[in-house]
Ligand binder design. Structure first.
Ligand SMILES: Nc1ncnc2c1ncn2[C@@H]1O[C@H](COP(=O)(O)OP(=O)(O)OP(=O)(O)O)[C@@H](O)[C@H]1O
Length: 248
């Protein structure tokens, strides 16, 4: 299996001295849906921001389809679609204007038209795409940003908590959309989540990150049997406990 994302000994020390990531190592294979899971403050967003070339690591190495995120950020940006945890949107634009504006930064002509149409379809906003974003709910804005990210059809999607702030029905819709994108286009997806049910449903492999380090990585069934756990949530708790004990 070829490797899409290769992260080795990645460290990020913020200016205040906090170690956002502290030696993380994991790989994502081409075509898979990979979940990065961990408690609050464990380093998920920091890792994804480094991969999205928004943050520079302090040391270590990360590469996406052979391109180094520090030395070749332009090449990396061309092959990824990134959904930030806290993606905002211009309040005074309509949903459609915003979709066209963001996709227009990357595409032109016929390709842009097709991608805008695709994003509108994914967003399922219907006639609401003609309304200003200031009138959208949090969930509508989240889905708008996700639709724009998905419509770009990059080689790798980096989705930071794609269903955060969404109700159950919308979360299911988003999960199904992500799953069908992965299936139809063979896209590689790296996502972070707190929702173990979601991760079990969507991902084939996961890495559990705790205090900036990967404490477990593998196929979900493998991780469950490693901890004799009934489900991923239980395996997650056991792996964190084990890591706490081995560090004391
Ligand atoms: N800009 C920053 N400056 C200083 N410290 C930061 C900054 N961003 C994050 N951190 C710290 O780095 C650590 C990892 O944070 P990060 O946001 O990557 O975790 P996370 O796993 O995504 O958390 P959550 O699940 O709560 O979103 C935390 O201790 C956090 O306080």
């Amino acid at each position: 299996m070829s490797i899409a994302v290769d992260v080795r000994d990645l460290v990020k020390i913020y200016p205040n001295g906090v170690r956002g990531v502290d030696g993380a190592t994991f790989s994502v294979y081409d075509g898979e849906i990979f979940g990065l899971i961990g408690p609050n403050g464990s380093g998920k967003t920091t890792t994804l921001r480094i991969l999205a070339t928004i943050l520079k690591p302090s040391s270590g190495y990360a590469n996406i389809y052979g391109f180094d995120v520090v030395r070749e950020p332009e090449r990396v940006r061309r092959i990824i679609g990134y959904l930030p945890e806290d993606a905002g949107a211009y309040r005074d634009m309509t949903g459609l204007e915003y979709i066209t504006f963001i996709l227009g930064l990357r595409f032109r002509g016929k390709e842009l038209e097709e991608d805008v149409e695709e994003a509108v379809k994914i967003s399922r906003l219907g006639r609401d795409v003609y309304r200003p974003i200031r009138s959208y709910s949090k969930g509508m804005k989240r889905i708008l940003n996700l639709a724009i990210t998905l419509a770009q059809r990059p080689k790798l999607y980096i989705l930071d908590e794609p269903t955060s702030g969404l109700d159950v029905e919308k979360s299911i819709e988003v999960r199904n959309t992500i799953a069908s994108y992965s299936k139809s286009y063979g896209a590689t997806i790296l996502l972070s989540s707190h929702n173990m049910l979601e991760v079990e449903y969507l991902c084939n492999r996961v890495a559990i990150i705790y205090r900036g380090k990967i404490v477990s990585e593998g196929y979900i069934d493998e991780i469950k049997s490693r901890y004799s756990a009934k489900n991923l949530e239980e395996a997650f708790i056991y792996s964190i406990k084990e890591s706490k004990t081995s560090n004391t």
